[in-house]
Design a protein around this ligand. Structure first.
Ligand code: GRF
Length: 204
């Protein structure tokens, strides 16, 4: 596994997408390993999930640094120190600044709980219910300076039922998130691909 691609994960909360990625990694699946987990939230449960699996995990909260830029530089240093080639945002609840995006450009992925470009930003499931859509889902996309706006790698759809609560819909989408993120990373690592305009096109 040591020639596996090294992935750094940024998270702010429970870390179920981080775990889904970690558990999908291995020969024949996603040829990568999570080299480091970094959080902007010291109490994020995802940090403990990483440590208990022997993965180095660090908190770099905003309050420990003089500016957002300094905090993001500290996160970038942690990623570099652990050789991260790819950065997977897994419930990282801040918009990354231009310096961070530039440092890892084209190698940052995010997962969002809607079919983008519908419902970017916070509370995507609540937005979907309020709008009355009948289908929602999740999107894995490249991160650029825009809000949830980079090229789309993988999407998975779920039905929205009349009696759904926000929690019901979030749970249904989360099940698909846990499939979509490993699928997206596997395809990017294993298949040929290129970006044409906004489109991620697979196949060489
Ligand atoms: C997921 O719904 C993800 O799409 C969104 O934040 C949530 C994170 O959940 N960006 P978890 O921490 O991975 O369990």
């Amino acid at each position: 596994m040591d020639d596996a691609h090294r992935v750094g994960v940024l998270l702010s909360g429970r870390g179920s997408n981080f775990l889904a990625l970690h558990e999908a990694m291995g020969p024949g699946e996603v040829p990568a390993r999570v080299a480091v987990v970094v959080s902007n939230v010291a109490e994020a449960p995802g940090l403990e999930k990483a440590r208990s699996r022997g993965i180095p995990a660090f908190a770099e909260p905003r309050a420990a640094h003089s500016s957002v830029a300094a905090q993001e530089e500290a996160m970038a240093s942690r990623l570099r120190e652990h050789g991260a080639e790819w950065v997977c945002l897994a419930g990282y609840m801040r918009i990354l600044g231009p310096d961070f995006v530039r440092a890892f450009r084209g190698r940052i992925l995010n997962i969002h709980p809607s079919l983008l470009p519908s419902f970017p930003g916070l509370h995507a499931q609540r937005q979907a219910l309020a709008h009355g859509v009948k289908i929602s889902g999740c999107t894995v996309h490249f991160v650029d300076e825009s809000l949830d706006g980079g090229p789309i790698v993988v999407q998975r759809a779920v039905p929205v039922y009349d009696r759904d609560s926000e929690h019901d819909l979030a749970e249904r989408i989360l099940t698909e998130e846990h499939r979509a993120y490993p699928e997206a990373l596997r395809r990017l690592l294993v298949e040929g691909w290129r970006i044409e305009g906004r489109r991620v096109v697979f196949g060489s």
